[in-house]
Design a protein around this ligand. Structure first.
Ligand code: ZN
Length: 434
């Protein structure tokens, strides 16, 4: 990026701090996205793909260069590091992002393109001309004329989810390490396997040692997320009676057909991801395997309200019971696994953590936007385990697709927010947080 050009048009930045951080954020981001860190759904190892550690190791080196001497790669592949604070009695604040990228689209051979000073109009990605970012369909892009927009070449993910967050945190601590303003102690945490739902499986809260934390794993400018879904995974197994089809008359009880009846009985125009939005929950058949004698359906149930979530689970149980009741020799089993819970309830007990995020976003020159997550975050699980962790924006957009993109100006605003957060918590004296 031409530095002179980026600085001469400072009006596009959220504020002076964002403008100052932009070049470093972009340089780090471009360095990180070319490293393939795709997580794997099929693996049982941890992390699910060893290549995630390629980036983690680089991050340890970079953090040490910045002066975070204790930067370490844990035995489970997390990067932990400390930037000591300058104010006695100030809290220890965690800044968290994940190094892995989603398995949905290719993650190898990422070739990022910076579209300088976006002039408006469709952006056609050169590696696959069918991949077009059309501002007519992407209102956030339409609002970013004049921004520097980063995309892939259209054949891979970009990986802004969550390398934007990683780059913003590293740029923020690099800045803070040179800064003379009072600040709180920072604990940096870079996780693995967030995209396959195992980002915090081995995250040792005691070793991390933060009083509370912020994930930088959101999306559009100013977003502050304090509410996730509550999530259960259901495994419904129906047992029938398998008999050779040539001699099956009057004896075969086909588990595949019974399970198909359960799927057919699920609501279509409601309670489905494809027909719901905002605070509407769903129960979603995601995978099906089986034979005539035994067939299994994996479903996910989601709702922001735990009581409603329990109702969705009961709906599946009732439908299965009704179907199976028609066949005296059939039976079913329903396993329910809790995945994560809406972090809102726990965060409501720590309003100062959320209030500080709002103040920091404003200080960075951005108006906070409260949004709810139709999904989970690492922060949801950490919050549940006792580390209050709301989620902040990164400036990345259209995640998990070949058309993923990020605004350099918005990424810089996120880095500025991280800096302001740590300064803010340094200003608060012990016992009187922000
Ligand atoms: Zn993410």
């Amino acid at each position: 990026m031409a530095e002179a050009a980026s600085r001469s048009n400072g009006a596009r930045y959220a504020g002076p701090l964002a403008a100052e951080l932009a070049d470093d954020v972009l340089a780090r981001f471009l360095r990180y996205v070319v490293i393939d860190t795709q997580a794997s759904v099929d693996s049982t190892g941890y992390p699910s793909s060893a290549k995630q550690l390629d980036l983690s190791r680089l991050l340890v080196e970079e953090l040490r260069e910045i002066g975070l001497e204790d930067a370490e790669l844990t035995e489970h592949g997390y990067v932990f590091a400390t930037l000591p604070g300058t104010v006695e009695g100030a809290p220890t604040v965690g800044l968290i992002a994940h190094v892995d990228t989603a398995p949905d689209e290719p993650g190898t051979g990422v070739a990022p393109i910076v579209h300088h000073a976006y002039a408006g109009g469709p952006i056609r990605l050169p590696g696959d001309p069918t991949q077009v970012l059309d501002p007519a369909e992407l209102p956030h892009l339409a609002e970013r004329v004049g921004h520097d927009i980063v995309t892939s070449d259209g054949t891979t993910l970009l990986g802004a989810d969550d390398k934007a967050g990683v780059a913003e945190i590293v740029a923020a601590v690099a800045y803070l390490a040179r800064d003379t303003a009072p600040r709180a102690t920072v604990r940096v945490g870079f996780t693995v396997d967030e995209e396959v739902g195992r980002g915090t499986d081995h995250f040792d809260l005691e070793r991390f040692g933060a009083d509370f934390a912020y994930t930088f794993d959101g999306s559009g400018l100013g977003e502050l997320e304090t509410e996730t879904f509550s999530a259960d995974q259901l495994k419904l197994t129906i047992k029938g009676v398998g008999v050779h089809p040539g001699t099956a008359k009057g004896r075969l009880v086909n588990a595949v057909k019974l399970l198909a009846d359960v799927v057919a009985a699920l609501p279509r125009d409601s309670l489905s991801p494809e027909t719901t939005e905002e605070r509407e929950g769903f129960v979603h058949p995601a995978r099906i395997v089986g034979t005539t004698s035994s067939a299994t359906l994996v479903l996910i149930a989601r709702d922001h309200d735990d009581k409603k979530l329990a109702e969705h689970v009961e709906l599946v149980r009732r439908l299965a019971a009704e179907v199976v009741a028609r066949e005296p020799q059939a039976s079913f089993e329903l396993e329910v696994e809790e995945q994560y819970r809406n972090m809102r309830v726990a965060l409501d007990r720590h309003p100062e953590v959320v209030a500080a995020a709002e103040t920091a976003i404003r200080r960075a020159g951005v108006e906070p936007v409260h949004s709810i997550i139709r999904g989970g975050t690492d922060g949801a699980r950490l919050t549940e385990r006792g580390l209050p962790t709301p989620n902040l924006f990164t400036g990345g957009q259209d995640y998990h697709s070949l058309r993923e993109w990020a605004s350099v100006q918005d990424m810089a605003a996120a880095a500025a927010t991280a800096v302001e957060l740590i300064r803010l918590w340094g200003e608060s004296v012990a016992g009187e947080p922000g």
